[in-house]
Design a protein around this ligand. Sequence first.
Ligand code: BT5
Length: 264
Amino acid sequence: MDILIWKEHLAHLPLGDIHLYPEVNSTNLVAEEKIKESAPPFSLVVADSQTEGKGRLGRTWITRAGTALALSWILYPEPGRLQPETLGILSGLAPVAVAEVLQEKYSLEAEIKWPNDVLIEGKKAAGVLVDVRWNGCEVTDVVLGIGVNVSRESVPPPEELNFPAISLEEAAGREISRLDLLIQVMESLLKWYSRLVEPSFVQVWDSMLAYKGQQVKLTTERGVRGQGKVVGISEDGSLVLISEAGQETKYHSGEIQLRLVDRS
Ligand code: BT5
């Protein structure tokens, strides 16, 4: 990653400060530091590699130098824009932005495994970590962390994975510029952030949903939370499943993991 060249190419985007690093512990942790130092809205932290990349629920995200995108975007939602009930929508922002870029710019059949993994050919190509801070009922700041596997070397060995993974270059069968991808993802994030509370956002998220009509199981660390056929995303960003008895239930993302039920 040539920091000067990357910075120059990102300069036209309506972002806050842009911080690019060869290596950090986690771009989300660096972004939290930047918030404490009063980073302006839409500031961006990007790293070529992470030594302690964070996944959800204390898991680890592996980012090897020169192979992937690891970025964190700082948002300060204006008061009243996101309530606790609509916060689920925010978890769709990054996957929708990334999946749209992959579909439109790279002709990849990207899908979203609710709440926020991006799959290609049923394997994980990108993961998203949303860190939110509250003051009472108001969201004060959000760090949207996105990791995308770009070159084949970005994919960790199978023993390090809890779900099959893939890189964009493997799926596309060609080289992909990480800088171009970063610019496209930021453009898409900016577009969808401005439309987050419009019904069209959830419709697009729903149209990208993986496993529609298939049986899935939702689990937490404490066991199975629910099971049923995937119906879609509801207007608050929750996942709707239908049971065999025809009962529809909504699930909020929180600590949930989704897995396809193997009926063979
Ligand atoms: C995620 O967690 O998918 C969220 C990943 C977010 C990473 C970004 S990178 C920039 C920003 N800064 C950070 O520190 N984090 C964010 P989760 O669903 O919990 O998946 C984590 C699990 O995926 C791990 O336990 C591994 O099994 C697997 N994994 C680790 N690295 C991977 C990779 N590069 N590709 C695919 N799977 C991976």
